[in-house]
Design a protein around this ligand. Structure first.
Ligand code: DC
Length: 218
C-alpha cells in the first residue's frame, strides 16, 4: 500500500512550498492538484469558452487532456501535449480555476486522475479536498492555513519576483473572494477534515512548518 500525506488549505497558505519540500525529504512524489484545475481554466481561456457557462465548460473539459510529468523531480503539467506549467501561474488563470473547479464533471474527472496517481506512488498531495474526498484514508492529513493578509503578502512577493505587476490590496481582496468561493461551493468545499491537524503558518518559517509536519508523520 502506498503512503499518502494530504495537505489542504486556502490559497497562499504555503501548501505547495511545504508539500514540495516534504516530498523531497521523504522521497515521495509531490502532486499539485491545483495545477490540474488551473490547466482546465487555462483551456477555457485559450478556447474562448465562457467560464461561467457550466454546461459549455463541462463539455469542453472532455477535450482537455491533463497529465503530469516529472522532470528532475519537478512536476510539469501537460495540457493536450503542451507543457503549460508556466502559463497556469497568472492571476487570470487563478480566477478561472476557482470558477471551473466548482463544476461537478470537472471535479469528477480530476479526482479520478488524482486517486489513480496515489495508488502507485507514495505521495504528498496538496489541494482543497484531498483529505476530505480524494484520499480519505491518507496516513496524515494537514490543514495548512495563515491569515489572508500574510497570504496576500506572500502572493505579492511571488508575482513581483517574476516581474509581474501586482497590487497588494487587490491581491488580498481576491484571496478573500477565492476563499469564500472555495469554502461555500456545493461540491467538495474547502474544509478541514475531521481527522486533519490544523497548522497555522502565519508566524512560522518554512523550516518550522516542514519540521512540524515531519514530526507528525514519523
Ligand atoms: O492551489 P491553487 O491556487 O493552485 O488552486 C487553484 C484553484 O483550484 C483554487 O481556486 C481551488 C481549486 N482547487 C480545488 O478546487 N481543489 C483542489 N484539490 C485543488 C485546487
Amino acid at each position: 500500500m502506498s503512503k499518502q500525506i494530504a495537505i489542504d488549505g486556502p490559497a497562499g497558505a504555503g501548501k505547495s512550498t511545504i508539500a514540495k519540500r516534504l516530498a523531497k525529504e521523504l522521497s515521495f512524489v509531490y502532486v499539485d492538484t491545483g495545477a490540474m484545475y488551473r490547466s482546465i481554466g487555462l483551456y477555457m481561456i485559450k478556447n474562448g469558452i465562457d467560464i461561467h457557462d457550466k454546461d459549455a465548460v463541462e463539455k469542453a473539459s472532455e477535450k482537455a487532456d491533463v497529465s503530469l510529468k516529472y522532470i528532475d523531480g519537478t512536476q510539469h503539467v501537460i495540457l493536450n501535449g503542451e507543457d503549460v506549467s508556466d502559463q497556469i501561474r497568472t492571476e487570470e488563470v487563478s480566477k478561472a480555476a476557482s470558477v471551473v473547479s466548482a463544476y461537478p464533471q470537472v471535479r469528477k474527472n480530476l479526482t479520478a486522475l488524482q486517486k489513480k496517481l496515489a495508488e502507485s506512488e507514495n505521495v504528498v498531495m496538496d489541494g482543497r479536498d484531498i483529505g476530505t474526498c480524494v484520499l480519505p484514508n491518507a496516513d496524515l492529513k494537514i490543514y495548512l492555513t495563515a491569515s489572508a493578509e500574510v497570504r496576500g503578502k506572500r502572493r505579492f512577493k511571488e508575482l513581483t519576483a517574476k516581474g509581474e505587476k501586482a497590487d497588494l490590496t487587490e491581491i488580498v481582496e481576491d484571496i478573500k473572494k477565492r476563499d469564500e468561493a472555495d469554502m461555500t461551493r456545493e461540491i467538495s468545499p474547502l474544509k478541514k477534515a475531521d481527522d486533519a491537524v490544523e497548522v497555522d503558518s502565519s508566524d512560522m518559517t518554512i523550516d518550522d512548518v516542514v519540521a512540524r509536519i515531519k514530526g507528525l508523520y514519523d
